[in-house]
Design a protein around this ligand. Structure first.
Ligand code: EPS
Length: 401
């Protein structure tokens, strides 16, 4: 990201998570209890989450970057307290333990979980206690990403760009293909697995119950959809300016995501070109794409790494969570003996939550691309630049032949 930067810090059972977002222009009306906290609550939901989500009630405490309800253009820093911290003050203390401390109270883990960052992290950072790794590798960190993404979303709404998501599959249960409603989140947020297909949703919940019963976990696929994008964000001229590549990296960076595709993605590789590429047609009332549109949107809103003006559709495939009550074989990092992997309180399925995190990551990448093209120090300046571009598209027209 070049125009917008964000960082997060914090351990899963530490005192708090922190987030720092820089590059949001001045003059954006921002109220964290209205704009950010509801997004954090959406991330906490979804059928299949563990008991931790009943302990936490994630809320942002704003530390900087906003005055009298408007952004200042300065770095926005946010803090999310971990309510569970009070149960971890000994195990997660910053200070060295005293001689009287019971070693068990430090809650160490020595048998890395296959699929988690436990083993590679312990070898790379030279730690014996896997807790030193899992605390930061944990997807708890995504709460801070969602806080940054919520601010990016709020900014994008001012420019007429909205973002939603839904779950396409969990385990081997897939949703039927259907038209996407205009306000996707309004439809799916009430569903326990954030799915548009009620029948599939029931089957997904049953599959999650069955996996839980077996001590197992389930993954799945979510899709993020962004509407209102103007044609021309991103660029084909260099590899690192291609918006498809930037979106793929952002979604792939979400814990447990193992695959990303755009539009019909991998399926397009199985079809002839005539059944993949979207015919170009004249359209009325589409000022953001210069009065030219597509008869279909199999490309998912991007061509040549540039937005087409059609809805953006990005999918992320999440592997099943790697903490299994039905333990997998592992090796004890203290003495090399064979044993069963450690079990930490966890979720059975977090695909619905991953969709919300996907929205945040997509929002951050899109806000960055918007600022790159229409950049300004104030919201007013960005809006003027966007309006000037839309006007250019409207006036461009066609030449006489
Ligand atoms: C959490 C995500 C998961 C949960 C975590 C909270 O993290 P991980 O990637 O480590 O499985 O397990 O909660 C706990 C660690 C716990 O104590 O229950 C989240 O999204 O907030």
């Amino acid at each position: 990201m070049k125009s917008l930067h964000f960082r997060t810090a914090g351990e899963s059972h530490g005192k708090a998570l922190t987030a720092l977002l820089e590059g949001i222009p001045a003059g954006l009306d921002l109220d964290v209890s209205r704009d950010v906290d509801p997004e954090l609550a959406r991330r906490q939901g979804g059928y299949g989450r563990g008991r931790r989500m009943q302990i936490e009630k994630d809320q942002v405490e704003l530390l900087s970057g906003v005055r009298l309800g408007e952004t200042l253009g300065s770095p926005i820093s946010m803090l999310i307290w971990n309510r569970d911290w009070e149960n971890w003050t000994t195990a997660m203390a910053h200070e060295a333990p005293s001689e009287e401390t019971n070693p068990k109270a430090l809650k160490p883990h020595y048998l890395p979980r296959p699929g988690h960052a436990d083993l590679v992290g312990a070898l790379k950072y030279d730690r014996r206690d896997v807790r030193d790794i899992l605390e930061r590798a944990s997807a708890r960190e995504t709460a801070a990403r969602v806080a940054c993404g919520a601010v990016a979303k709020r900014f994008l709404v001012e420019l007429g760009i909205t973002i939603g998501s839904h779950v396409r599959s969990i385990g081997s249960v897939f949703t039927a293909d259907s038209e996407l409603p205009e306000d996707l989140n309004a439809e799916v947020d009430a569903d326990p697995v954030r799915c548009l297909d009620r029948e599939a949703s029931d089957q997904m919940c049953e599959a999650i119950d069955a996996a839980k019963e077996r001590g197992d976990t389930l993954g799945g696929v979510f899709e993020v959809v962004a509407r209102g994008l103007p044609v021309g964000l991103g660029s084909y001229v260099s590899w690192d300016r291609r918006l498809d590549a930037r979106l793929a990296a952002a979604v792939m960076s979400i814990q447990a995501v193992k695959g990303v595709d755009l539009g019909i993605g991998f399926e397009g590789a199985t079809r002839p070109g005539s059944e993949v590429h979207d015919p170009i047609v004249p359209v009325e009332d589409r000022p953001r794409s210069g009065g030219i549109g597509r008869a279909s949107n199999r490309a998912g809103g991007l061509e040549g790494g540039v937005t087409t003006g059609e809805p953006l559709r990005v999918r992320g495939a999440m592997k099943p969570i790697s903490t299994l009550r039905k333990r997998l074989p592992s090796v004890d990092l203290r003495d090399g003996t064979v044993g069963d992997a450690a079990v930490e309180r966890s979720d059975v399925c977090a695909v619905p939550a991953a969709g919300v995190v996907g929205e945040a990551m997509v929002a951050l990448v899109l806000a960055d691309a918007v600022l790159e093209k229409f950049g300004g120090d104030s919201l007013g300046e960005v809006l003027r630049n966007l309006e000037g571009y839309i006007q250019y598209l409207a006036e461009r027209g066609f030449e006489e032949r």
